[in-house]
Design a protein around this ligand. Structure first.
Ligand SMILES: Nc1ncnc2c1ncn2[C@@H]1O[C@H](COP(=O)(O)OP(=O)(O)OP(=O)(O)O)[C@@H](O)[C@H]1O
Length: 239
């Protein structure tokens, strides 16, 4: 899937500036950049929720917006917790609504320990449980491309580890495009990292590009990198 020469403005503010990106058919690509810089906007463009952009989003050389809605919804799914609030709807109904392919989702429900919550309303879940449920409802859509906007928000270390491991398993079959501010988690999970600033991708490569110099440039603040006991490069922000 490819976005080519994308530009987008809200009112007269240019948010995305002639950006091009190609996503592979499998694996995890992450997009890292400052608050309010346009990352969610880019995801909305690539998933067809914003359509009045300049440039083109295509899948195997076919314009994405020209595809029938059904085909688009089998190709891409999108998660953004801020935009999914289900109030009194039950956990089971939320999952059933997403389950267009009739898969047995109980394995996922059990994996996240939500089996006893199936008949609870969305409002009665904790923040982390709501987050996990919503990511899960996107995963069971089982699309080729999965766009996740801040999937690790509100997750405790166990939930985070479970979600990371689930994505690691599923990336063999699907392509994930993830926006998040949890840089340490993205460094361990991603196959490719894109650094984003001022409406443009300013750097891209494997997670080794997440060093103090590149991140300092993107965020205008200070980072230090070090190697942990397992030999993984880790990153800390210092103040
Ligand atoms: N519907 C809208 N109308 C007008 N301006 C908007 C709208 N949505 C977003 N913006 C503005 O566009 C800019 C980019 O927003 P966006 O949500 O894409 O940023 P982001 O990089 O995802 O930020 P964050 O990391 O804080 O989630 C912000 O300045 C925001 O205020």
């Amino acid at each position: 899937m490819e976005a080519r020469n994308i530009s987008y403005s809200y009112d007269d503010n240019l948010i995305i500036n002639n950006l091009s990106v190609a996503l592979p058919e499998r694996g995890v690509t992450s997009l890292i950049g400052p608050n309010g810089s346009g990352k969610s906007t880019l995801l909305k463009i690539m998933t067809g929720q914003i359509q009045d952009y300049k440039g083109q989003v295509s899948y195997r050389n076919t314009d994405f917006l020209s595809m029938p809605i059904k085909q688009r919804s089998q190709l891409v799914s999108y998660f953004n917790q801020r935009e999914r609030v289900y109030g009194l709807i039950s956990v089971r109904s939320i999952l059933d609504m997403s389950n267009q392919q009739n898969i047995d989702y109980m394995e996922f429900v059990n994996y996240f320990g939500l089996a006893d919550k199936l008949d609870e309303s969305f409002n009665n879940l904790s923040g982390g449980q709501q987050q996990v449920l919503l990511v899960l409802s996107v995963l069971i859509e089982n699309t080729n491309y999965v766009f996740l906007d801040e999937p690790f928000n509100n997750l405790d270390p166990l939930y985070k580890a479970k979600l990371v491991n689930l994505i690691r398993f599923r990336k063999q079959y699907q392509s994930f495009f993830i926006v998040d501010h949890d840089i340490d988690t993205l460094a361990m999970l991603s196959d490719w990292v894109l650094l984003y600033k001022n409406g443009m991708i300013v750097n891209g490569g494997d997670p080794s590009i997440l060093d103090s110099r590149n991140l300092g440039y993107v965020f205008n603040t200070n980072f230090q990198t070090y190697f942990d006991g397992t030999g993984h490069k880790r990153l800390v922000q210092y103040f």
